[in-house]
Design a protein around this ligand. Sequence first.
Ligand code: NAP
Length: 391
Amino acid sequence: MISTGGGVVTDPVNMELLRRDSVMVLLHADIDTIEARLTKKPRPPLTGLPLREEIAEMMDRRRQLYHAAADLCIDTSGTTPDAAAAMVMHLLRQGTILAKNRAPCISFFRTGRIPPKCMERLLKVLDETPPDPLTRLMGVAGYPCAHSKGPFLFNALFAAYGLDYHYTWFEDPELNEILSVARHLDVKGLSVTIPFKQEVIPLIDEVEEHAAQQIGAVNTVVFACGTATGYNTDWIGVRKPLVDLKGAKAVLLGAGGAAAGAAFALTDLDMETTILNRTPAKAQVLAERFGCTWGALSDFDSIHPDLVVNATPLGMNPGDLSPLRDDQLRPGMTVFDLVYTPPVTPLIEAARRVGCRTITGTEMFIGQAREQFYLFFGIDVPHEKIRELLP
Ligand code: NAP
Protein backbone atom coordinates (compact mmCIF):
# COMPACT_ATOMS: atom_id res chain seq x y z
CA MET A 1 0.00 0.00 0.00
CA ILE A 2 1.33 3.43 -0.92
CA SER A 3 -0.10 6.49 0.78
CA THR A 4 0.63 9.59 -1.29
CA GLY A 5 0.33 13.31 -0.74
CA GLY A 6 -2.47 15.18 -2.50
CA GLY A 7 -0.14 16.76 -5.05
CA VAL A 8 0.84 13.40 -6.57
CA VAL A 9 -1.98 13.67 -9.11
CA THR A 10 -0.53 16.74 -10.79
CA ASP A 11 2.16 14.80 -12.69
CA PRO A 12 0.85 12.38 -15.36
CA VAL A 13 4.03 10.29 -15.01
CA ASN A 14 3.11 9.63 -11.36
CA MET A 15 -0.30 8.47 -12.54
CA GLU A 16 1.19 6.19 -15.17
CA LEU A 17 3.51 4.55 -12.62
CA LEU A 18 1.06 4.34 -9.73
CA ARG A 19 -1.84 3.10 -11.83
CA ARG A 20 -0.07 0.10 -13.37
CA ASP A 21 -1.64 -3.15 -12.01
CA SER A 22 -2.93 -1.33 -8.94
CA VAL A 23 -6.12 0.08 -7.44
CA MET A 24 -6.17 3.80 -6.68
CA VAL A 25 -8.42 4.83 -3.81
CA LEU A 26 -9.38 8.48 -3.42
CA LEU A 27 -10.01 9.43 0.19
CA HIS A 28 -11.97 12.65 -0.09
CA ALA A 29 -13.75 14.84 2.44
CA ASP A 30 -15.83 17.99 2.59
CA ILE A 31 -14.18 21.34 3.14
CA ASP A 32 -15.24 21.57 6.83
CA THR A 33 -13.59 18.23 7.61
CA ILE A 34 -10.39 19.10 5.75
CA GLU A 35 -10.23 22.48 7.49
CA ALA A 36 -10.75 20.90 10.93
CA ARG A 37 -8.03 18.29 10.23
CA LEU A 38 -5.52 20.85 8.96
CA THR A 39 -6.20 23.16 11.90
CA LYS A 40 -5.36 20.32 14.27
CA LYS A 41 -2.30 19.23 12.27
CA PRO A 42 -0.96 22.20 10.24
CA ARG A 43 1.37 21.85 7.25
CA PRO A 44 3.17 24.42 5.07
CA PRO A 45 0.75 26.52 2.98
CA LEU A 46 0.56 25.99 -0.81
CA THR A 47 -0.80 29.46 -1.61
CA GLY A 48 -0.75 32.79 0.22
CA LEU A 49 -4.48 32.43 0.92
CA PRO A 50 -6.17 31.96 4.31
CA LEU A 51 -6.57 28.23 5.10
CA ARG A 52 -10.22 27.77 4.12
CA GLU A 53 -9.78 29.68 0.87
CA GLU A 54 -6.63 27.70 0.12
CA ILE A 55 -8.51 24.42 0.59
CA ALA A 56 -11.33 25.59 -1.70
CA GLU A 57 -8.81 26.78 -4.31
CA MET A 58 -6.82 23.51 -4.27
CA MET A 59 -9.99 21.39 -4.37
CA ASP A 60 -11.20 23.37 -7.34
CA ARG A 61 -7.85 23.27 -9.16
CA ARG A 62 -7.31 19.56 -8.60
CA ARG A 63 -10.85 18.16 -8.71
CA GLN A 64 -10.52 16.87 -12.28
CA LEU A 65 -7.14 15.27 -11.46
CA TYR A 66 -8.44 13.58 -8.31
CA HIS A 67 -11.41 12.19 -10.20
CA ALA A 68 -9.11 10.90 -12.93
CA ALA A 69 -6.84 9.27 -10.37
CA ALA A 70 -9.62 7.41 -8.55
CA ASP A 71 -10.68 3.83 -9.13
CA LEU A 72 -12.56 3.85 -5.84
CA CYS A 73 -13.79 6.93 -3.95
CA ILE A 74 -14.37 7.00 -0.21
CA ASP A 75 -15.91 9.95 1.56
CA THR A 76 -13.98 10.25 4.81
CA SER A 77 -15.90 13.26 6.16
CA GLY A 78 -16.74 12.42 9.74
CA THR A 79 -15.05 9.00 9.68
CA THR A 80 -12.12 7.71 11.68
CA PRO A 81 -9.01 6.29 9.99
CA ASP A 82 -10.10 2.79 11.08
CA ALA A 83 -13.56 3.22 9.57
CA ALA A 84 -12.03 4.51 6.31
CA ALA A 85 -9.65 1.52 6.23
CA ALA A 86 -12.61 -0.83 6.76
CA MET A 87 -14.41 0.83 3.83
CA VAL A 88 -11.34 0.37 1.61
CA MET A 89 -11.19 -3.33 2.52
CA HIS A 90 -14.92 -3.72 1.90
CA LEU A 91 -14.70 -2.16 -1.57
CA LEU A 92 -11.62 -4.18 -2.49
CA ARG A 93 -13.54 -7.38 -1.64
CA GLN A 94 -16.99 -6.45 -2.97
CA GLY A 95 -16.29 -3.90 -5.72
CA THR A 96 -18.87 -1.23 -6.48
CA ILE A 97 -21.38 -3.12 -8.65
CA LEU A 98 -24.29 -4.55 -6.69
CA ALA A 99 -24.97 -8.21 -7.60
CA LYS A 100 -28.66 -7.48 -8.30
CA ASN A 101 -27.72 -4.92 -11.00
CA ARG A 102 -25.70 -7.33 -13.11
CA ALA A 103 -28.46 -9.37 -14.81
CA PRO A 104 -30.64 -6.41 -15.98
CA CYS A 105 -27.55 -4.70 -17.36
CA ILE A 106 -26.57 -7.82 -19.31
CA SER A 107 -30.03 -7.69 -20.98
CA PHE A 108 -29.34 -4.07 -21.96
CA PHE A 109 -26.07 -4.97 -23.68
CA ARG A 110 -27.70 -7.86 -25.54
CA THR A 111 -29.94 -5.36 -27.39
CA GLY A 112 -26.90 -3.42 -28.70
CA ARG A 113 -24.80 -4.72 -31.57
CA ILE A 114 -21.67 -5.74 -29.70
CA PRO A 115 -19.47 -8.04 -31.83
CA PRO A 116 -19.67 -11.67 -30.49
CA LYS A 117 -16.02 -11.85 -29.37
CA CYS A 118 -16.35 -8.55 -27.48
CA MET A 119 -19.65 -9.71 -25.94
CA GLU A 120 -17.86 -12.77 -24.61
CA ARG A 121 -15.32 -10.55 -22.84
CA LEU A 122 -18.07 -8.29 -21.48
CA LEU A 123 -19.98 -11.29 -20.11
CA LYS A 124 -16.79 -12.44 -18.42
CA VAL A 125 -16.67 -9.08 -16.63
CA LEU A 126 -20.35 -9.02 -15.71
CA ASP A 127 -21.40 -12.61 -15.34
CA GLU A 128 -18.44 -14.63 -14.11
CA THR A 129 -19.00 -16.49 -10.82
CA PRO A 130 -17.74 -14.95 -8.71
CA PRO A 131 -17.08 -11.77 -10.75
CA ASP A 132 -13.78 -9.94 -10.28
CA PRO A 133 -14.95 -7.09 -8.02
CA LEU A 134 -12.24 -4.73 -9.22
CA THR A 135 -12.78 -4.82 -12.98
CA ARG A 136 -14.54 -1.61 -13.95
CA LEU A 137 -16.54 -0.85 -17.08
CA MET A 138 -16.54 2.13 -19.41
CA GLY A 139 -17.81 2.69 -22.92
CA VAL A 140 -19.04 4.72 -25.83
CA ALA A 141 -22.63 5.99 -25.63
CA GLY A 142 -24.42 6.62 -28.90
CA TYR A 143 -27.10 5.54 -31.33
CA PRO A 144 -25.93 4.09 -33.52
CA CYS A 145 -22.39 3.55 -32.22
CA ALA A 146 -21.63 -0.07 -33.13
CA HIS A 147 -19.27 1.28 -35.83
CA SER A 148 -17.13 3.05 -33.17
CA LYS A 149 -13.55 1.84 -32.98
CA GLY A 150 -13.23 3.41 -29.52
CA PRO A 151 -13.58 0.09 -27.63
CA PHE A 152 -10.65 -1.46 -29.55
CA LEU A 153 -8.42 1.54 -28.86
CA PHE A 154 -9.33 1.93 -25.19
CA ASN A 155 -9.02 -1.79 -24.43
CA ALA A 156 -5.57 -1.76 -26.07
CA LEU A 157 -4.63 1.25 -23.90
CA PHE A 158 -5.87 -0.55 -20.76
CA ALA A 159 -3.62 -3.51 -21.61
CA ALA A 160 -0.66 -1.22 -22.35
CA TYR A 161 -1.00 0.71 -19.06
CA GLY A 162 -2.02 -2.20 -16.80
CA LEU A 163 -5.52 -0.86 -16.02
CA ASP A 164 -8.22 -3.27 -14.85
CA TYR A 165 -10.97 -1.80 -17.04
CA HIS A 166 -13.12 -3.00 -19.92
CA TYR A 167 -14.55 -0.63 -22.54
CA THR A 168 -17.66 -1.52 -24.55
CA TRP A 169 -20.53 -0.15 -26.66
CA PHE A 170 -23.52 1.40 -24.87
CA GLU A 171 -25.82 1.51 -27.92
CA ASP A 172 -29.42 2.52 -27.29
CA PRO A 173 -31.88 5.10 -28.68
CA GLU A 174 -32.60 6.33 -25.13
CA LEU A 175 -29.83 8.26 -23.45
CA ASN A 176 -31.61 7.99 -20.09
CA GLU A 177 -31.46 4.21 -20.37
CA ILE A 178 -27.73 4.33 -21.15
CA LEU A 179 -27.03 6.60 -18.17
CA SER A 180 -29.11 4.41 -15.88
CA VAL A 181 -27.09 1.32 -16.88
CA ALA A 182 -23.86 3.30 -16.57
CA ARG A 183 -24.76 4.34 -13.02
CA HIS A 184 -25.90 0.84 -12.02
CA LEU A 185 -22.57 -0.52 -13.21
CA ASP A 186 -20.62 2.32 -11.61
CA VAL A 187 -18.79 3.03 -14.87
CA LYS A 188 -15.69 5.16 -14.67
CA GLY A 189 -16.49 7.13 -17.79
CA LEU A 190 -18.34 7.38 -21.09
CA SER A 191 -17.36 8.74 -24.47
CA VAL A 192 -20.49 10.37 -25.86
CA THR A 193 -21.19 10.43 -29.57
CA ILE A 194 -23.99 11.17 -32.08
CA PRO A 195 -26.81 12.02 -31.30
CA PHE A 196 -26.29 12.61 -27.56
CA LYS A 197 -23.56 15.28 -27.28
CA GLN A 198 -26.06 18.06 -26.53
CA GLU A 199 -28.78 15.92 -24.94
CA VAL A 200 -26.41 14.67 -22.23
CA ILE A 201 -25.79 18.15 -20.78
CA PRO A 202 -28.92 18.51 -18.59
CA LEU A 203 -28.58 14.88 -17.45
CA ILE A 204 -25.16 15.22 -15.76
CA ASP A 205 -24.09 17.10 -12.63
CA GLU A 206 -21.41 19.45 -13.94
CA VAL A 207 -20.18 20.68 -17.31
CA GLU A 208 -16.65 22.03 -17.69
CA GLU A 209 -16.88 25.79 -18.22
CA HIS A 210 -14.01 26.82 -20.48
CA ALA A 211 -14.85 24.75 -23.55
CA ALA A 212 -17.74 22.29 -23.12
CA GLN A 213 -20.19 24.96 -21.98
CA GLN A 214 -19.11 27.37 -24.74
CA ILE A 215 -19.32 24.68 -27.42
CA GLY A 216 -22.61 23.42 -26.01
CA ALA A 217 -21.61 19.77 -26.43
CA VAL A 218 -20.10 17.08 -24.23
CA ASN A 219 -18.21 14.08 -25.66
CA THR A 220 -16.67 12.83 -22.39
CA VAL A 221 -18.34 12.09 -19.05
CA VAL A 222 -16.22 11.18 -16.01
CA PHE A 223 -18.01 9.57 -13.07
CA ALA A 224 -16.31 9.90 -9.67
CA CYS A 225 -17.36 10.49 -6.06
CA GLY A 226 -21.05 10.43 -7.03
CA THR A 227 -20.60 13.22 -9.60
CA ALA A 228 -20.86 12.98 -13.39
CA THR A 229 -18.79 15.71 -15.05
CA GLY A 230 -18.94 16.51 -18.77
CA TYR A 231 -16.06 17.71 -20.95
CA ASN A 232 -15.48 18.35 -24.64
CA THR A 233 -12.24 17.00 -26.12
CA ASP A 234 -13.25 17.23 -29.81
CA TRP A 235 -12.02 20.82 -30.03
CA ILE A 236 -8.59 19.82 -28.72
CA GLY A 237 -8.37 17.21 -31.49
CA VAL A 238 -8.99 19.99 -34.03
CA ARG A 239 -6.79 22.62 -32.38
CA LYS A 240 -3.61 20.60 -31.87
CA PRO A 241 -2.66 19.97 -35.53
CA LEU A 242 -3.36 23.63 -36.37
CA VAL A 243 -1.31 25.50 -33.76
CA ASP A 244 1.19 26.67 -36.39
CA LEU A 245 -1.65 28.37 -38.31
CA LYS A 246 -2.53 30.85 -35.55
CA GLY A 247 -4.27 33.90 -37.03
CA ALA A 248 -4.86 32.25 -40.45
CA LYS A 249 -7.89 32.80 -42.66
CA ALA A 250 -10.11 29.73 -42.31
CA VAL A 251 -13.24 28.28 -43.87
CA LEU A 252 -15.22 25.79 -41.83
CA LEU A 253 -17.63 23.61 -43.84
CA GLY A 254 -20.66 22.45 -41.81
CA ALA A 255 -22.48 23.77 -38.77
CA GLY A 256 -23.30 20.66 -36.71
CA GLY A 257 -21.77 19.27 -33.51
CA ALA A 258 -18.23 18.69 -34.84
CA ALA A 259 -18.30 22.14 -36.45
CA ALA A 260 -19.12 23.75 -33.07
CA GLY A 261 -15.98 22.20 -31.53
CA ALA A 262 -13.96 23.19 -34.60
CA ALA A 263 -15.31 26.78 -34.48
CA PHE A 264 -14.22 27.01 -30.83
CA ALA A 265 -10.73 25.69 -31.73
CA LEU A 266 -10.29 28.06 -34.69
CA THR A 267 -11.47 31.03 -32.64
CA ASP A 268 -9.10 30.00 -29.84
CA LEU A 269 -6.30 30.18 -32.43
CA ASP A 270 -7.40 33.72 -33.41
CA MET A 271 -8.32 32.63 -36.93
CA GLU A 272 -10.47 34.78 -39.17
CA THR A 273 -13.14 32.14 -39.71
CA THR A 274 -16.06 31.87 -42.12
CA ILE A 275 -18.59 29.10 -41.54
CA LEU A 276 -20.29 27.81 -44.69
CA ASN A 277 -23.16 25.37 -44.52
CA ARG A 278 -25.76 23.65 -46.71
CA THR A 279 -28.37 25.34 -44.49
CA PRO A 280 -26.92 28.87 -44.18
CA ALA A 281 -29.23 29.79 -41.27
CA LYS A 282 -27.46 27.17 -39.11
CA ALA A 283 -24.09 28.59 -40.12
CA GLN A 284 -25.36 32.00 -39.03
CA VAL A 285 -26.37 30.74 -35.57
CA LEU A 286 -22.98 29.08 -35.01
CA ALA A 287 -21.04 32.03 -36.46
CA GLU A 288 -22.81 34.48 -34.18
CA ARG A 289 -21.87 32.42 -31.13
CA PHE A 290 -18.17 32.50 -31.97
CA GLY A 291 -17.81 35.87 -33.70
CA CYS A 292 -17.26 34.36 -37.17
CA THR A 293 -18.70 35.29 -40.58
CA TRP A 294 -20.97 32.85 -42.37
CA GLY A 295 -22.53 31.94 -45.71
CA ALA A 296 -23.69 29.21 -48.09
CA LEU A 297 -21.32 26.55 -49.47
CA SER A 298 -21.43 28.41 -52.81
CA ASP A 299 -19.74 31.45 -51.17
CA PHE A 300 -16.44 29.54 -50.92
CA ASP A 301 -14.91 30.98 -54.11
CA SER A 302 -14.93 34.56 -52.81
CA ILE A 303 -12.94 33.78 -49.63
CA HIS A 304 -9.44 32.42 -50.61
CA PRO A 305 -8.67 30.84 -47.23
CA ASP A 306 -5.33 29.49 -45.91
CA LEU A 307 -7.17 26.65 -44.21
CA VAL A 308 -10.27 24.57 -44.95
CA VAL A 309 -11.82 22.36 -42.28
CA ASN A 310 -14.50 19.91 -43.40
CA ALA A 311 -16.98 19.22 -40.58
CA THR A 312 -19.69 17.74 -42.81
CA PRO A 313 -19.98 13.95 -43.13
CA LEU A 314 -19.34 14.19 -46.90
CA GLY A 315 -16.75 11.53 -47.68
CA MET A 316 -17.93 8.99 -45.14
CA ASN A 317 -20.19 7.01 -47.43
CA PRO A 318 -19.09 5.11 -50.53
CA GLY A 319 -19.86 7.22 -53.58
CA ASP A 320 -19.66 10.55 -51.67
CA LEU A 321 -18.04 13.36 -53.62
CA SER A 322 -15.54 15.83 -52.15
CA PRO A 323 -17.29 18.93 -50.74
CA LEU A 324 -14.86 21.04 -52.86
CA ARG A 325 -13.79 20.78 -56.51
CA ASP A 326 -10.07 20.53 -57.39
CA ASP A 327 -10.13 24.06 -58.84
CA GLN A 328 -11.29 25.45 -55.48
CA LEU A 329 -8.10 24.15 -53.82
CA ARG A 330 -4.60 25.59 -54.30
CA PRO A 331 -1.08 24.55 -53.31
CA GLY A 332 -0.09 25.91 -49.91
CA MET A 333 -3.63 25.65 -48.57
CA THR A 334 -4.08 23.40 -45.52
CA VAL A 335 -7.02 20.99 -45.78
CA PHE A 336 -8.24 19.26 -42.60
CA ASP A 337 -11.00 16.69 -43.10
CA LEU A 338 -12.61 15.70 -39.78
CA VAL A 339 -14.12 12.57 -41.38
CA TYR A 340 -11.97 9.63 -40.27
CA THR A 341 -13.64 6.65 -41.88
CA PRO A 342 -12.28 6.17 -44.51
CA PRO A 343 -8.89 7.58 -43.45
CA VAL A 344 -8.37 9.07 -46.92
CA THR A 345 -11.51 10.81 -48.14
CA PRO A 346 -12.24 12.23 -51.61
CA LEU A 347 -11.44 15.72 -50.20
CA ILE A 348 -8.04 14.58 -48.89
CA GLU A 349 -7.34 12.83 -52.23
CA ALA A 350 -8.21 16.01 -54.14
CA ALA A 351 -6.11 18.17 -51.80
CA ARG A 352 -3.09 15.88 -52.21
CA ARG A 353 -3.51 15.98 -56.01
CA VAL A 354 -3.40 19.76 -55.95
CA GLY A 355 -0.42 19.96 -53.54
CA CYS A 356 -2.17 21.16 -50.39
CA ARG A 357 -0.97 20.26 -46.90
CA THR A 358 -3.45 17.69 -45.64
CA ILE A 359 -4.56 16.64 -42.16
CA THR A 360 -6.85 13.63 -41.87
CA GLY A 361 -9.66 12.98 -39.40
CA THR A 362 -7.42 10.35 -37.77
CA GLU A 363 -5.37 13.22 -36.27
CA MET A 364 -8.49 14.67 -34.65
CA PHE A 365 -9.55 11.23 -33.45
CA ILE A 366 -6.14 10.63 -31.84
CA GLY A 367 -6.06 14.10 -30.26
CA GLN A 368 -9.53 13.85 -28.75
CA ALA A 369 -8.95 10.27 -27.54
CA ARG A 370 -5.64 11.26 -25.91
CA GLU A 371 -7.36 14.03 -23.96
CA GLN A 372 -10.22 11.68 -23.01
CA PHE A 373 -7.78 9.14 -21.64
CA TYR A 374 -6.12 11.88 -19.61
CA LEU A 375 -9.50 12.96 -18.19
CA PHE A 376 -10.40 9.35 -17.38
CA PHE A 377 -7.07 8.26 -15.85
CA GLY A 378 -4.68 11.22 -15.50
CA ILE A 379 -2.20 9.50 -17.85
CA ASP A 380 -0.83 11.43 -20.84
CA VAL A 381 -0.40 8.90 -23.66
CA PRO A 382 1.99 10.01 -26.42
CA HIS A 383 0.23 10.77 -29.72
CA GLU A 384 2.36 8.20 -31.56
CA LYS A 385 1.51 5.46 -29.08
CA ILE A 386 -2.21 5.99 -29.77
CA ARG A 387 -1.50 5.87 -33.50
CA GLU A 388 0.28 2.50 -33.02
CA LEU A 389 -2.66 1.10 -31.04
CA LEU A 390 -5.38 2.29 -33.43
CA PRO A 391 -7.43 -0.63 -34.77
P1 NAP B 1 -23.95 16.73 -37.55
O1 NAP B 1 -24.12 17.40 -36.25
O2 NAP B 1 -25.03 15.85 -38.09
O3 NAP B 1 -23.67 17.91 -38.64
C1 NAP B 1 -23.47 17.62 -39.98
C2 NAP B 1 -23.21 18.93 -40.77
O4 NAP B 1 -22.89 18.56 -42.08
C3 NAP B 1 -24.42 19.85 -40.85
O5 NAP B 1 -23.96 21.17 -40.88
C4 NAP B 1 -25.05 19.46 -42.19
O6 NAP B 1 -25.71 20.53 -42.84
C5 NAP B 1 -23.83 19.12 -43.00
N1 NAP B 1 -24.15 18.12 -44.02
C6 NAP B 1 -24.68 16.89 -43.81
N2 NAP B 1 -24.82 16.25 -44.99
C7 NAP B 1 -24.39 17.11 -45.96
C8 NAP B 1 -24.30 17.03 -47.36
N3 NAP B 1 -24.69 15.92 -48.02
N4 NAP B 1 -23.81 18.09 -48.03
C9 NAP B 1 -23.42 19.21 -47.39
N5 NAP B 1 -23.49 19.35 -46.04
C10 NAP B 1 -23.97 18.30 -45.34
O7 NAP B 1 -22.63 15.84 -37.60
P2 NAP B 1 -21.30 16.07 -36.74
O8 NAP B 1 -21.42 15.40 -35.43
O9 NAP B 1 -20.99 17.51 -36.78
O10 NAP B 1 -20.24 15.21 -37.57
C11 NAP B 1 -19.74 15.69 -38.81
C12 NAP B 1 -18.56 14.83 -39.25
O11 NAP B 1 -17.47 14.99 -38.33
C13 NAP B 1 -18.88 13.33 -39.27
O12 NAP B 1 -18.42 12.80 -40.47
C14 NAP B 1 -18.05 12.76 -38.15
O13 NAP B 1 -17.56 11.47 -38.45
C15 NAP B 1 -16.89 13.74 -38.07
N6 NAP B 1 -16.30 13.71 -36.72
C16 NAP B 1 -15.02 13.29 -36.63
C17 NAP B 1 -14.42 13.20 -35.39
C18 NAP B 1 -12.99 12.73 -35.30
O14 NAP B 1 -12.54 12.38 -34.19
N7 NAP B 1 -12.25 12.74 -36.39
C19 NAP B 1 -15.12 13.55 -34.23
C20 NAP B 1 -16.44 14.01 -34.36
C21 NAP B 1 -17.02 14.06 -35.63
P3 NAP B 1 -27.24 20.95 -42.51
O15 NAP B 1 -27.12 21.90 -41.35
O16 NAP B 1 -27.69 21.58 -43.75
O17 NAP B 1 -27.96 19.68 -42.16
